[in-house]
Design a protein around this ligand. Structure first.
Ligand code: TRP
Ligand code: ZN
Length: 500
């Protein structure tokens, strides 16, 4: 039975709605400014409201000797409300010309908010042209234990463009939040002799005089932080795998074979993950490894993960493949199935870490259960028990707990619902949310629907407390393999604590 209150609310809703929608001039409400943020609870200023971007056509020229970038961004969008003005996120660079639907538009800027005045009716498509130039500022992004150079990172021979949660606004005007995915085309012009690597499928490169323009096309929608235009000297190898191009770009200044062995297994590891999760999401694949000394992370840039060279200098043959499994797993979880909000981050990092455990099992270096038991046996002073991975807060967004306890949550779910239902949940999570988004609440609902079990207590304990939950299988008996620190744990340890 419906409570009386909601029936009343529905009736009132109808009474209010009818007269408003009967007035055609205000369909979609009166013309108001689009919100300056999408309302992310951790990062209220990220992204913008009132429209949806369909496509970015990015034309940029970069001169490494002066660090100067000249850009022309064409943004194709659709209004989701009656707009009197709308915002883009754009940081630091100078705007030379700005037009909406081909007509110059007036704008104001404050911090990263670029506010553009134009009346646009709800539902109508519009086009924004921004011509701009300047030296993109490299962002300093604090993650637990270290401040990372990220975004547009100037290197000796070009730039590495990568970072999260928000970096795109430092090199093009953008609706900068995972909520608004779009397709991209890139034309990146660099001094002849250098390469420019972006996402998706290569559309060739042409040299005219002293400049070469590299074109790339990313048709499957992408989150803005995953866009790259990484520039420099690169050895580029292109192979066809399952009919799709795999582009691996490695800095020739790196010792030969340093990174080649591990990132050279990209296709093999992708096939392994596809056998677990479902078909690989995108139309291309690949990797970028630059020799820049201050790059201390890897990132799951769509179709073209970017790796610090320091992941590949240990000499540990299998140990160096875990990070590749991690970034490739993000193509499914993080890139294709994106967070709704940044507090869903464990759905990215927990899954990518769990993929490392699956890869570990494939390598014969410990099963997910053995890795779980090793980690479970460690005291509460171990670095991954807190904060709660389901709500780490913006400062600890990339805390060890989000990765490790996030993956442990998945293993606890697996033990609770059994293998068959676990894999149904994982595969459905991807199949249903492919090229879209998913939240923690939706994941819990799916797990309960598939398993027919009440799982609130399990997820509450694993995601939202900072104590050690009960062992899901009862008392743990540590196997010999689990008593030794598994390679998967060593690899993540080293990556999370790099340069600390
Ligand atoms: N998501 C990345 C990974 O786990 C790592 C990462 C976290 C990162 N925060 C970052 C990379 C900030 C660059 C900038 O693979
Ligand atoms: Zn990750």
């Amino acid at each position: 039975m419906k409570p009386l209150r909601s029936l009343l609310a529905a009736a009132v809703g109808v009474l209010v709605l009818v007269p408003v929608s009967a007035v055609p001039a205000s369909a979609g409400g009166s013309f108001r400014p689009g919100a300056p943020g999408v309302g992310d609870p951790y990062f209220p200023g990220y992204g913008n409201g009132g429209y949806d971007v369909k496509h970015y056509d990015l034309n940029v020229r970069y001169q490494p000797s002066t660090d100067l970038l000249t850009g022309h961004a064409v943004i194709y969008a659709r209004a989701t409300q009656n707009l009197s003005s709308f915002n883009l996120d754009f940081l630091g660079l100078t705007i030379d010309k700005l037009a909406v639907n081909g007509r110059a538009a007036s704008y104001t800027r404050s911090g990263q908010e670029l506010s553009i005045k134009r009346k646009i009716r709800k539902g109508s498509a519009f086009r924004v042209d921004v011509r701009y130039h300047g030296v993109p500022q490299t962002l300093q992004i604090p993650v637990p234990g270290i401040v990372l150079e990220a975004g547009f990172i100037h290197t000796d021979d070009g730039a590495v463009v990568a970072g999260q949660p928000e970096v795109a606004a430092s090199w093009f005007p953008v609706n900068d939040h995972p909520k608004d995915k779009a397709s991209y085309s890139f034309a990146v012009t660099v001094p002849a002799g250098l390469a420019a690597i972006s996402n998706g499928v290569p559309k060739g490169h042409k040299t005219r005089g002293n400049w070469t323009t590299w074109k790339w096309e990313q048709r499957t929608p992408m989150i803005s932080y995953l866009a790259t235009a990484t520039i420099g000297e690169f050895r580029i190898s292109t192979t066809k795998h399952n009919g799709k191009p795999t582009i691996i770009a490695i800095d020739p200044d790196l010792p030969p074979d340093l990174a080649d062995d591990a990132v050279g297994r990209t296709n093999e590891i992708t096939d392994f993950l596809a056998s677990k999760f479902g078909p690989y999401p995108f139309e291309a694949n690949g990797a970028i490894v630059d020799d820049y000394d201050n790059l201390f992370f890897a990132l799951e840039n769509q179709t073209r993960s970017i790796y610090s060279k320091f992941f590949f200098d240990s000499g540990a043959t299998t140990g160096e493949t875990y990070v590749v499994a991690h970034e490739l797993a993000h193509q499914w979880f993080g890139d294709s199935v994106a967070v709704e909000q940044w507090d869903d981050i464990w759905l990215n990092e927990g899954f990518a870490t769990y993929a490392e455990w699956l890869w570990s099992e494939k390598l014969g270096e410990g099963t997910p259960q053995e890795i779980f038991d090793f980690l479970y046996a460690q005291p509460l002073t171990a670095p991954y028990w807190a904060p709660p991975p389901g709500d780490p807060g913006p400062v600890d967004l990339f805390d060890d707990s989000v990765y490790t306890r996030g993956a442990m949550t998945l293993q606890a779910l697996r033990v609770t619902v059994g293998d068959a239902d676990f894999w149904k949940i994982v595969r459905q999570w991807y199949a249903r949310n492919r090229n879209g988004h998913g939240s923690t609440a939706e994941f819990v609902r799916l797990a309960e629907r598939v398993s027919g079990e009440q799982l609130d207590a399990l997820f509450q304990a694993w995601l939202f407390t900072d104590t050690k939950p009960a062992h899901p299988g009862g008392a743990a008996t540590l196997s010999a393999a689990a008593a030794d620190k598994p390679n998967a744990v060593k690899s993540l340890d080293q990556r999370l604590r790099m340069k600390r």
